[in-house]
Design a protein around this ligand. Structure first.
Ligand code: PMV
Length: 331
């Protein structure tokens, strides 16, 4: 019996991927840019068993000290990904597994828990099948899990996912190491409940938004300017772009059919507080994924002021501060 232990970060997208030009191969319409999160990660321990019939998983939720058995739906996603990995790696041998997965943050609440989980699983399966592949191929495999953003949790630090021409060329690469910049993501958890509409369902309807094409037309300029600001560490130019892009992304979701409203009243309160803080001279910007929690982007020098401010906001239940982190690793 072998045991594999991997840890992989969630990532926050500064330019989001929304809509899939090929749902079977999880190919996006646009490039996206993200940062791996130091304190939002999934820890996976996988026992490899000789009997391929044994496929089990236990999950430790955020805030819980106990593991619970996975639901049939959760396990099905993993067994399907096992089959995908086996085919992708041309592996001949089969094995069974017992997985223990623990999250350092709430699942399915807009902090990309599927990205950290499936990037960890991609690395674990590659180790389990004992195949040597490049980091680019590992990123492709993570993407094929169904959670496209998982491909961005493989490389280190600040990451760029190229749409690519086909499945093999659609992977993420690092554009700067974690040490490049002390940008922080202060996550304001206002809800620990799971979102009601999954991103897979949301991606499928993205093109029904009248704003979809407009956002796609704007993105090449946004992406180029954001990359330039990131590499030159121009925080104001970077932050303004990040906040505008998140609002545009949500405008697409709100105007697709059926509409997706991820923002709650608590989200709006925090978005206004970010603007208010900025007016008071604390430079920070907001971004939001497909969920109601808010990510406040600031430099490390402003983290304590941001945290102290939001600790007083009644809607905020938990604050998780992240800096840029390395990608998926064996522990
Ligand atoms: O990773 P997926 O396929 O579940 O899609 C999620 C995409 C967003 O998190 C909403 C945006 C992004 O680019 O991370």
């Amino acid at each position: 019996m072998r045991t594999i232990h991997v840890k992989s970060p969630s990532n926050i997208a500064f330019v989001k991927y929304w809509g899939q030009r090929d749902a079977d191969f999880v190919l996006p319409f646009n490039d996206s840019v993200s940062m791996n999160l130091s304190h939002c990660y999934t820890d996976v321990v996988m026992e490899i068993l000789e009997d391929p019939a044994i496929q089990e998983m236990q999950i430790k939720e955020f805030g819980s000290s106990e593991y619970r058995p996975s639901t049939p739906i959760e396990l099905e996603k993993v067994t399907r990904f096992y089959d995908t990995a086996k085919a992708f790696l041309n592996a001949e041998l089969s094995f069974g597994f017992r997985i223990q997965s623990a999250n350092s943050f709430p699942q399915k609440a807009g902090i990309a828990s599927s990205a950290s989980f499936f990037s960890a699983m991609a690395l674990a399966f590659v180790k389990a099948f004992q195949t040597a592949i490049t980091q680019e191929q590992l990123s492709v495999l993570a993407r094929l899990s169904g959670s496209g953003s998982a491909c961005r949790s493989i490389p280190d630090g600040f990451v760029w996912w190229n749409t690519g021409l086909d499945s093999n060329s659609s992977f993420a690469v690092s554009i700067a190491p974690p040490t490049h910049w002390d940008v922080c993501d202060v996550v304001l958890v206002v809800s620990k409940g799971e979102k009601k509409v999954s991103s897979i369902e949301g991606h499928a309807q993205a093109t029904t938004s009248p704003l979809f094409t407009q956002r796609q037309q704007m993105l090449p300029t946004v992406l180029a300017d954001m990359k330039d600001a990131l590499l030159k560490k121009d925080f104001t130019r970077f932050g303004v772009r990040v906040e505008q892009e998140a609002i545009n992304f949500h405008a697409v979701m709100m105007t697709q059919t059926p509409p997706l409203f991820y923002w709650s009243g608590s989200t709006m309160t925090c978005l206004r507080e970010v603007v208010h803080l900025r007016e008071q001279g604390v430079e920070c910007y907001s971004t939001i994924d497909a969920g109601e929690n808010i990510h406040v982007i600031c430099l490390s020098a402003q983290v304590e002021q941001v945290r102290a401010h939001f600790a007083q906001v009644p809607e905020v239940q938990t604050i998780i501060t992240n800096s840029a982190a390395v990608g998926a690793r064996e522990v």
